[in-house]
Design a protein around this ligand. Structure first.
Ligand SMILES: [Zn+2]
Length: 366
């Protein structure tokens, strides 16, 4: 499989458009035209993971944390990151990262955490924005209208509520004159040609536009496909970060935390709150989620599960009436490889998906 095909598969599910503006996601190192036979999944691309990638002969490392985050003005051997980039290029290993887009996306980190915790009635915790919708209109000859409609649907267009393959078609006449250098599907050079065509309109989330167009181009017979696209004022589904859900039954905070420790396979977690207080409604934020405590309280959560909570933030949370379980930054994100492995194994063929053995928490405890 070509790297560009793998990237297309990943981005059709975890669109880079979902990432925060300050983030740096996507293909950070690599050649879109190179081949991929073996993938290594890890939370970070640190030295040991890159070494592992070389030893296991992988073609690409896919991480959650972007290895290149702040701008790099020099790529040379005097810095840790410079050496790493040089090594990756020399070893012909690509590097792809999905960060806040993976936190936000459906079936990303936060949904994965909720699943591990067995939470029900899951909603977004903090709404970031409503999905931006676009309308696309494709002009196709009548002979290819069904193929183009199907391609649009396969590319992610025409999904409205519980319906898919939604489109609207209008018959009309297309006119064009093939010029020197053209290779027209129909018509002759230097002659204006009238063709029975159909205009097919469909609505889709902005982030699926490229995918829909690629699908259409693959079946449309014309050398130059005529199409329009425009942004809509209608809003699609909301997009949010963090999740809030409910446990199967009300449990004491200590029992809840013990279940969490087992479920997420974490060595150490920190808890703030009365061990005997009852917990049912749970806010979940992967990574560092202290800033979402107020919102969690507003949405009725009795406890927030996140990482990187400072002493005074935990104190403030208790004052606001919400308990805190700090599973650690790594603890809340270590399931990245598991989620991606499941997704890639189900959506790629002929590609070996490996999970890093070297990837680990930067902290250890005694
Ligand atoms: Zn993180």
């Amino acid at each position: 499989m070509l790297l560009k095909e793998l990237v297309k598969i990943i981005e059709s599910k975890y669109s880079p458009n979902l990432a925060y503006e300050w983030d740096n996601v996507g293909l950070l190192v690599g050649d879109y035209g190179s081949g991929v036979k073996r993938v290594l999944l890890a939370l970070d691309a640190d030295e040991s993971v890159i070494e592992e990638a070389v030893e296991r002969g992988v073609d690409i490392i896919i991480t959650h944390h972007p290895f290149l985050f702040k701008g790099m003005k020099k790529i040379n051997s005097s810095s840790y990151r410079g050496r790493a980039v040089i090594r990756l290029i020399k070893e012909d290993i690509s590097l792809y990262s999905m960060h806040t887009n993976f936190d936000i996306a459906r079936d990303g980190l936060n949904d994965g955490l909720c699943r591990k915790m067995g939470l029900k009635n899951i909603e977004d915790l903090s709404i970031i924005q409503a999905e931006k919708l676009v309308k696309i209109a494709i002009y196709a000859p009548k002979t290819h209208e069904d193929a183009v409609r199907r391609a649009l649907a396969e590319g992610g267009a025409g999904h409205i509520g519980n319906y898919d393959s939604c489109s609207f078609s209008t018959d009309g006449v297309g006119r064009f004159r093939p010029l020197e250098g053209s290779n027209p599907h129909v018509g002759r050079k230097d002659m204006v040609c009238d063709i029975e065509e159909v205009k097919i309109e469909s609505v889709l989330p902005k982030e699926k536009l490229n995918s829909a167009l690629e699908h259409v181009f693959s079946v449309h017979p014309y050398e130059e496909v005529a199409y329009d696209m425009y942004e809509l004022l209608n809003e699609g589904d909301s997009i949010g970060i963090g999740r809030i859900g409910e446990t199967e039954r009300e449990v004491g905070l200590e029992e809840f935390a013990e279940g969490l420790k087992r479920g997420l396979d974490i060595e150490l977690l920190k808890i703030a709150g009365d061990p005997k207080m009852n917990v049912k409604r749970v806010a979940v934020v992967s990574g560092s989620g202290s800033e979402f405590m107020g919102e969690s309280v507003k949405k009725g959560a009795q406890v927030i599960v996140t990482g990187d909570v400072k002493y005074h933030q935990a104190q403030e949370a208790l004052e606001k009436g919400i308990a805190v379980v700090d599973v650690g930054h790594y603890g809340s994100e270590k399931i990245f490889a598991e989620i991606m492995s499941e997704f890639l194994k189900g959506s790629t063929k002929g590609v070996e998906i490996l999970t890093s053995n070297a990837s680990s928490d930067v902290f250890w405890s005694i």
